[in-house]
Design a protein around this ligand. Structure first.
Ligand code: HH2
Length: 283
């Protein structure tokens, strides 16, 4: 890739020579695919450590579902859901990311020890920008069209890949101007966030255009609805095969980080694909 060789995230420097795997931990009662499983803190920590043992490099902790139609939570509720789990995992040396669009949650998560702030709003909120710039955390700038509650109401683009790339370049540039070192920033097309199935497919197909911006590209396609539309698998938890295909194709087109629910299976599939490419076998 054209970008940095490591992604600097607080105390961590994640090598980008092989794909980085981000395991998803939703501590929400209503997330679309695994909601309700990890509301208990100990169960959440156990599940996260399992993902680390399976080969996850990062655990992405989210306390608010962004599923269209999800129950709204207050910022205090969201912070309360995530901080205990983050602190427990950070204490064990895990590279933890917080999935939030709220500056206050990001600030509390940073105090609890997160190494990465993953903002689906792409740091468009000035307060979020200030919190991020004042930290040493890695930052994921994601593209979303509109707001979660309305984003799937007929999303339209003249050229989806060009518009997403322009947005990501603009937001990453704004972070750099606010003092964030370039090697702390990753960019993400936001699969499913204000996109039709065709938009998602085109973004994956044209991932090299995003990679050429020079930041590591993160892709989160795991279990998403467009996979169900293509494969006919309606139950999100059963979309493993389609999710793995999407992760492999994303990596083949330049993704540096994949955000996934099924860590063990994804890690195995990536190892196999890498071996075929002639890369070193060991992960
Ligand atoms: N997708 C979801 C949430 N956060 N963050 C990034 N950077 N990229 C993504 O594609 C992304 C994300 C949605 O998936 P999930 O967390 O499984 O569900 P929910 O929104 O219901 O919590």
């Amino acid at each position: 890739m054209n970008g940095p060789r490591v992604w600097r995230c607080g105390a961590f420097a994640l090598p980008l020579a092989r794909p980085v795997v981000m395991g998803i931990l939703n501590v929400t009662p209503d997330s679309f695919s695994d909601g309700g499983s990890y509301v208990d803190r100990d169960a959440a920590v156990t599940a996260a450590l399992r993902m680390v043992a399976d080969g996850a490099d990062i655990i992405d902790v989210g306390g608010e579902s962004t599923r269209p139609g999800a129950e709204p939570v207050t910022v205090a509720q969201e912070a309360g859901r995530v901080t205990g789990v983050i602190a427990a995992l950070a204490e064990q040396g895990v590279c933890v990311s917080v999935d939030t669009r709220h500056a206050l949650v990001a600030a509390e998560a940073l105090s609890a020890g997160v190494a990465i702030v993953n903002d689906i709003r792409g740091f468009t909120d000035p307060e979020m920008m200030r919190v991020a710039a004042g930290s040493t955390a890695g930052l994921v700038v994601m593209h979303m069209l509109g707001e979660p509650s309305t984003m799937q109401d007929a999303p339209a683009y003249a050229d989806v890949a060009a518009e997403v790339a322009a947005y990501l370049a603009r937001q990453a540039g704004a972070l750099e101007r606010a003092g964030v070192a370039r090697d702390r920033i990753a960019i993400d097309p936001g699969i499913g966030f204000g996109k039709t199935t065709e938009h998602n497919l085109e973004l994956l197909r044209r991932l090299p255009e995003l990679e050429s911006l020079g930041y590591p590209v993160l892709v989160g396609a795991s279990r998403k609805r467009f996979i169900g539309e293509i494969t006919g698998v309606t139950e999100p938890r059963q979309r493993l095969a389609g999710s793995i295909a999407a992760a492999l194709e994303a990596v083949r087109r330049g993704a540096a980080v994949v955000r996934v629910h099924d860590v063990a299976a994804t890690v195995e599939a990536l190892a196999m694909a890498r071996a075929i490419e002639g890369e070193a076998h060991a992960r």
